[in-house]
Design a protein around this ligand. Structure first.
Ligand SMILES: *[C@@H]1O[C@H](CO)[C@@H](O)[C@H](O)[C@H]1NC(C)=O
Ligand SMILES: *[C@@H]1O[C@H](CO)[C@@H](O)[C@H](O)[C@H]1NC(C)=O
Ligand SMILES: *[C@@H]1O[C@H](CO)[C@@H](O)[C@H](O)[C@H]1NC(C)=O
Length: 431
């Protein structure tokens, strides 16, 4: 198969350039020289760029994203030419320093080079000792660690089993030794998790304690790239926008927006990490059968599935509140099934949509009682999900949504609202 693809590429290249047959060995050498990450590669460096695209480096080659062949790294980062390989790469996280924040740093021997928008920045390369005083040179890996995940905005520099934690504000370094962790040749920070890559495997670790929990190492080819005969059946395929169908959507109290579809969820506020689907059980392990509706209230996320309500505490990781799931009747005073639910900011009422009816439940009353029940406009039968945000209430139905100024405007139905289409900018789908 691979040979066939290469032959085809070659034919195509020749056809396009109308090259003389004498070029054949040269073109062939170039095509054959491309490394294949599915063969099991140890990467030199892995990072996300400022647009949330994955970059994998090996010698003077680069892969962008999870699909596709290697390309010479100097096609994207011209000035990396001649440096041979990079030791480490990371995307700076330093919200207080907008001139540095999201810039891409490459560490090469004793030097630092910095890019933004794929252009080398003025003043680089610099010496490591100048840019990161107290940090050793000839590193194995480096990764940014924002405040909240680390104690302060920091960069972790890896060399052997030592980790040099560089505090960006104070420019001080603390060194730890994590001998239990494999020697990382590249480290990636992605969606609040930290991955040490070693060989073609990776191990997830905690950025403060270095602790590894779960079954590691895992083969990177199953998770971080698309390879024939690798990956899992549950792979999330990016749907066409015209085929999107949500089950539920919510924004939690910290501003994270999640949508749920089947057994997958996606975070929508992390465009700069790229939009990726994950199994719902990755974050809410008891929700193994998907969800019908979800809303956020008082630092809790309420999931509804069939006749049950699951309440999770917020924070860095979600934990199921003791005693849950409970029945919808006990928790909210209603009978299942729920199509959609939402709470607007600074309100204590959950608006619950069941068929063509919206029921309001006062979340401060015990026991919970329905305070209002109203029919929805007839165009809104069979809705999938609803979200209340700054711009109003979005009601989702298939690949379209309706925007209403408020829950009141929604139920009075006096204003005819035209449906709008879900776009890739909203949901990460394919236009
Ligand atoms: C990239 O590097 C190769 C040599 O490794 C060189 O032939 C090529 O011209 C360079 N490309 C660019 C865009 O700089
Ligand atoms: C990025 O660089 C390209 C050309 O290299 C330029 O056209 C574009 O405006 C730049 N974007 C930003 C945000 O600076
Ligand atoms: C990768 O991990 C597997 C276990 O999952 C292990 O058997 C194998 O030796 C590891 N290979 C490398 C190169 O680290």
């Amino acid at each position: 198969m691979k040979l066939l693809t290469r032959t085809l590429t070659l034919c195509l290249a020749l056809a396009l350039t109308n090259a003389a047959p004498s070029l054949l060995p040269e073109v062939a050498a170039e095509v054959a020289a491309l490394p294949d990450r599915c063969a099991g590669i140890e990467f030199d460096a892995i990072t996300l760029d400022e647009q949330g695209k994955f970059l994998f480096f090996k010698d003077n080659h680069l892969w962008k994203g999870f699909h596709g062949p290697a390309q010479p790294s100097n096609e994207s980062f011209k000035e990396l030419h001649g440096l041979g390989h990079v030791d480490a790469a990371f995307r700076m996280h330093s919200a207080e320093n907008p001139d540095d924040h999201d810039h891409i740093y490459f560490l090469v021997d004793e030097k630092v080079v910095r890019f933004y928008n794929q252009s080398l920045e003025d003043g680089y390369p610099k010496e490591m000792t100048e840019e990161f005083p107290g940090v050793p040179t000839h590193l194995d890996a480096a990764v940014e660690c924002p405040k909240g995940e680390c104690m302060t905005d920091s960069v972790l520099f890896f060399k052997g089993h030592d980790v040099h934690v560089y505090d960006i504000a104070t420019k001080t370094v603390k060194t730890k030794t994590w001998s239990h962790l494999p020697q990382c040749t590249s480290v990636l920070h992605w969606a609040e998790h930290y991955y040490c890559f070693h060989g073609h495997n990776f191990t997830r670790f905690h950025p403060v304690s270095g602790e590894v929990s779960g079954n590691y190492p895992k083969d990177a080819r199953n998770y971080f790239m698309k390879c024939p005969n690798f990956g899992h059946g549950s792979d999330y395929k990016v749907p066409k926008c015209s085929e999107v169908k949500l089950d539920a959507i919510t924004t939690d109290d910290t501003g994270k927006t999640y949508f749920f579809a089947g057994s997958t969820y996606m975070r929508l506020d992390t465009i700069r990490d790229g939009l990726h689907g994950f199994p719902i059980t990755r974050s809410w392990k008891e929700l193994s059968n998907g969800v019908d509706a979800v809303f956020s209230y008082n630092d809790r996320i309420y999931f509804m599935k069939d006749d049950n309500v699951f309440i999770y505490k917020g924070g860095a990781h979600y934990t199921l509140v003791e005693g849950y799931p409970k029945s919808l009747k006990d928790e909210l005073g209603i009978d299942g099934h729920v199509d959609a639910a939402f709470v607007c900011a600074n309100e204590h009422t959950v608006h619950i949509i069941q068929g063509g009816t919206m029921r309001d439940v006062d979340l401060t009353a015990t026991p919970r009682t329905i305070t209002r029940e109203a029919p929805l406009p007839s165009a809104l039968s069979d809705i999938d999900a609803a979200l209340c945000g700054q711009d109003g209430v979005k009601v989702f139905k298939g690949s379209q949504f309706y925007l209403y100024g408020s829950p009141m405007i929604l139920v009075t139905g006096r204003i005819i609202v035209a449906p709008q289409s879900i776009t890739s900018a909203m949901m990460g789908c394919q236009d």
